[in-house]
Design a protein around this ligand. Sequence first.
Ligand SMILES: *Cc1c(COP(=O)(O)O)cnc(C)c1O
Length: 373
Amino acid sequence: MSPTEVTPSADLAGAVLTIDLDAVAQNWRALATRGHGADCAAVVKADGYGLGAAQVGARLYAEGCRSFFVAHWSEGVTLRDHVGDAAIYILNGLIPGTEADYAAHRLAPVLNDPGQVAAWSAWCTEHGAHPAALHIDTGMTRLGLSQRDALVLAQNPAPLRPIGDLLVMSHLACADEPDHPLNGEQLDRFSGIAARFRQWPQSLANSSGIFLGEAWHFDLLRPGVALFGGNPVPGNANPMKPVVSLSARILQIREIDGPLTVGYGATHRANPPAKIATIAAGYADGILRSLSNRGALTLAGHKAPLVGRVSMDLITVDVSEVPDTVLEQATHIDLLDAAYTIDDLAADARTIGYEVLTSLGRRYHREYVGLPA
Ligand SMILES: *Cc1c(COP(=O)(O)O)cnc(C)c1O
């Protein structure tokens, strides 16, 4: 059985998620400008950090972006229809034996170990050159060729020849902490090894890496979260434009005139007289449960803190400080906006903006601003 999903109109939905593709485009151009001549790719894995890889891809392709990165083959296949002939790199690598499936959609595997290099090389020898990336690990210890394997390949690059176009890349572990010594160590290691593969373009910087300085830029920038409004320089003013806003329906407002507790576990005791509003979004929609008793929400500029536990489909907020005249008119409350950003919500939920974005639920009505025609 294929999944059937009813997408609610804004009138019927619990919440409306607005995704501003004009802001994504502006962020992409701003990052590209910082690159001083380096090309700027877009990392749109996990369905464009939860915001729609097809929509984001189509808009950035229209802006001139010609390199995209996703994690999975299936994400690449979906994206292909929206980005013309742009390069699509598959970060999780090549599953040997599936070379034809990659080539059929012109997907470039990120070759992460000598076995993958050998498999892609053999396939290209038989079927003709087909692009790929070569990932060299410089300190993440996750994916990529070890320094030793990279040196062996540099000394005998014959397996790379049938592949044709190759991008040489590595990934930074601590770019969001500019003072971390690993940033310089990874730069030194990458510069050393990349010099042995000088005939191919090279790429090191993710969003935060772009802000470490020109030395980290090489030929291709690989921003993800900054495109979507996440702050690439934590602790400093966010240079990116916010992209998402989330407005959730107020289902009910309870007037509390006696001692009562709110929600599962009775973790919040309402102080009468109080007003508690129940809102149509919960942890099943990406309002992380760790936001229980912590979300610093506002309604029309008045404090409306999240109280009690986040439940699956609902949260409760204390709207006692919101004037009645405002409450009578209010149908929705913003869970994310320019004043309470993905990074703010993430800090309250003790996580990172990346997780907030990729958790955003499937039950929202989604509105895109700036979709290309
Ligand atoms: C996710 C990812 C990026 C983008 O990282 P951001 O911090 O979101 O900019 C770049 N390169 C690789 C290899 C990645 O996995």
